[in-house]
Design a protein around this ligand. Structure first.
Ligand SMILES: Nc1ncnc2c1ncn2[C@@H]1O[C@H](COP(=O)(O)OP(=O)(O)O)[C@@H](O)[C@H]1O
Ligand SMILES: [Mg+2]
Length: 355
């Protein structure tokens, strides 16, 4: 941009100087010829008018050419972004994933986002069919990375992940993701209508099912009130840059409605209710518990109180599993989990014990 502006300025200066010189010379020359009686007054007027017009036109051409090159630069930038190859591709002849039971196995997986040092290091974890595993740990210890790897947003650096005995890199990504419902920490919505964003995982869902999912996700409280700039309201309102702007909690409720509607056999909940206020969280948690019935669940919990229905807790630290067991077992072991629990429950110990 700097180089472009520099050359535009140079060109403008040169052009202005040349044009001024031209007009000055034409004026002097025509007046001189007129005073000698060689040309008429009309010729003087014509010549000067013509060159003033030429001056304006050359300025216009300069601006247009500059704008053209500016756009060429923008297009080049865009092409660089678009033409980057996708790093995660389907294996040749990849089949469809079938999930009759829903058993998930992480076998000695390693992954580092291509950086030095381990994000996930030699981690082995088996979640039995129908089991609800809760992953806890401090932030930045690789919990979300684990979820992202299961959905194959990145390819593993070592080890393998199996779902019902099928290697996730050997099946199509489409079939893999169709079988997993996911709520992430930070939901981004597509620049589409609210309705399209909800049915995203289940495009031909019936309207009543959509409505039901929305109610269960407590999203019916705000959706009817939405109104975008073009005057579309409720489910038709566009979300995103030129539409309505939703809060983190509202986006999370749409993501939960999406998962309730999709009803996939395995669930990944990455701090699924982290940005909701506690009242709505309690209501949604109940719905999520219903949804979890009979499904294999990997739930990453932020508030340790939301893990009531969890069968087994997995405590992660520095990309490894350092403890696992039930809530009581872990409290008794007095390790990292016990210290996280004590810190979080703070003054509410009596209350949780009563609960
Ligand atoms: N897209 C990414 N690229 C590079 N590093 C990442 C990326 N996402 C997360 N990380 C790093 O991986 C580590 C684990 O992150 P994450 O799995 O998000 O932790 P958690 O969910 O447990 O808080 C962190 O050190 C983080 O900086
Ligand atoms: Mg996380």
């Amino acid at each position: 941009m700097q180089r472009l502006l520099r050359s535009i300025v140079t060109m403008t200066v040169v052009l202005t100087v040349l044009n001024s010189l031209l007009i000055f010379c034409v004026a002097v020359l025509s007046l001189w010829l007129w005073s000698m009686g060689t040309i008429s007054v009309g010729a003087v007027a014509l010549a000067n008018g013509l060159f003033i017009r030429l001056n304006q036109l050359s300025g216009w051409i300069l601006r247009t050419v500059a704008a053209l090159f500016e756009n060429v630069g923008t297009v080049q930038n865009g092409i660089e972004t678009l033409s980057r190859p996708t790093s995660v591709v389907d294996a040749p002849g990849a089949g469809e994933l079938s999930v009759p039971k829903g058993e998930i196995r992480f076998e000695r997986i390693g992954f580092h986002y291509g950086k030095e040092g381990g994000v996930i290091d030699d981690l082995t974890l088996a979640v039995a069919a129908g089991e609800k595993a809760g992953v806890v740990g401090r932030s930045g210890e690789g919990k979300s990375t684990l979820a992202n790897l299961l959905l194959r947003f990145y390819d593993l650096e070592s080890g393998r992940i199996l779902i019902d005995g099928q290697h996730i890199s050997q099946v199509t990504q489409e079939s893999l993701r169709r079988h997993i419902g996911m709520v992430t920490q930070d939901t981004s919505l597509l620049h589409r209508s609210v309705h399209d964003n909800i049915v995203y995982g289940q495009p031909n869902a019936e309207d009543e099912d959509v409505l039901d999912a929305v109610q269960r996700a407590q999203a019916d409280t705000f959706i009817p009130e939405l109104r975008d700039r073009a005057g579309r309201t409720g489910y038709d309102a566009l979300v995103g840059e030129r539409g309505v702007k939703l809060s983190g909690g509202q986006r999370q409720r749409i993501a939960i409605a999406r998962v309730l509607l999709k009803n996939a056999p395995t669930l990944v909940l990455d701090e699924a209710t982290s940005v909701l206020d506690s009242e709505i969280e309690a209501a949604i948690q109940e719905q999520l518990n219903v949804l979890m019935e009979g499904k294999t669940v990997l739930a990453i919990a932020h508030r340790l109180s939301t893990i009531a229905v969890i069968d087994r807790l997995i405590v992660m630290d520095a990309g490894r599993i350092i403890e696992q067991g039930t809530h009581e077992q872990l409290l008794k072991a007095d390790g990292l989990y016990a210290s996280l629990w004590n810190r979080q429950s703070g003054g509410f110990l009596a209350q949780t014990a009563a609960a």
